[in-house]
Write a protein that binds this ligand. Structure first.
Ligand SMILES: [Zn+2]
Length: 162
């Protein structure tokens, strides 16, 4: 399944009109669902305003990094994506949700409390910070290699090194 994931690296240009974003330019990015996969698309402001949003899974405002800067992923964006995946209905979404939980834990947005088992499914119980809300994340039972591939795929979607 991992091999079939489409690679959609941001080219730093509008997906509709082709305008190339200069450094520090603010644009809109979104994940769209295409044939069951997520594809990242970037749009300039005008094209975003004219766009029909029916296939948009989540979106955010991005700023093109200055050439010497490394693009970093904003934690709020990771949290939003994680929350949008709260009822994962595919292997891919379960893998994304699990890997996002690991990164959010590393960023101290979540804390791992333990493991719960039921109906043959293992889930990890996390606590959200600072709210203390409990969140269950199904363990998709990935190998180290699959976790790395999932993280790399997420990084390409988010256009940053995770
Ligand atoms: Zn455009």
């Amino acid at each position: 399944m991992f091999e079939s994931w489409s690679v959609t690296k941001s080219k730093g240009a509008c997906a509709r009109c082709g305008y190339e974003f200069p450094p520090n330019f603010v644009f809109f990015s979104c994940f769209q669902k295409q044939q069951g996969d997520f594809v990242r698309c970037d749009f300039c402001r005008d094209c975003w305003d004219e766009k029909e949003g029916d296939s948009v899974f989540c979106f955010w405002r991005s700023r093109r990094a200055a050439p010497e800067q490394k693009q970093t992923v904003n934690t709020d964006l990771m949290l939003e994506f994680f929350e949008r995946l709260d009822r994962p209905d595919s292997e891919r979404k379960r893998a994304f949700r699990f890997v996002l939980a690991l990164y959010l834990t590393r960023r101290k947005e979540m804390k791992l409390l333990g493991v719960e088992r039921g109906d043959g499914v293992e889930s990890l119980l996390f606590e959200r910070r600072p709210s203390g809300d409990k969140v269950l994340v199904e363990n998709p039972d990935l190998t180290e290699e699959q976790i790395e591939e999932t993280a790399a795929h997420l990084g390409r979607l988010l256009n940053a090194d995770l």
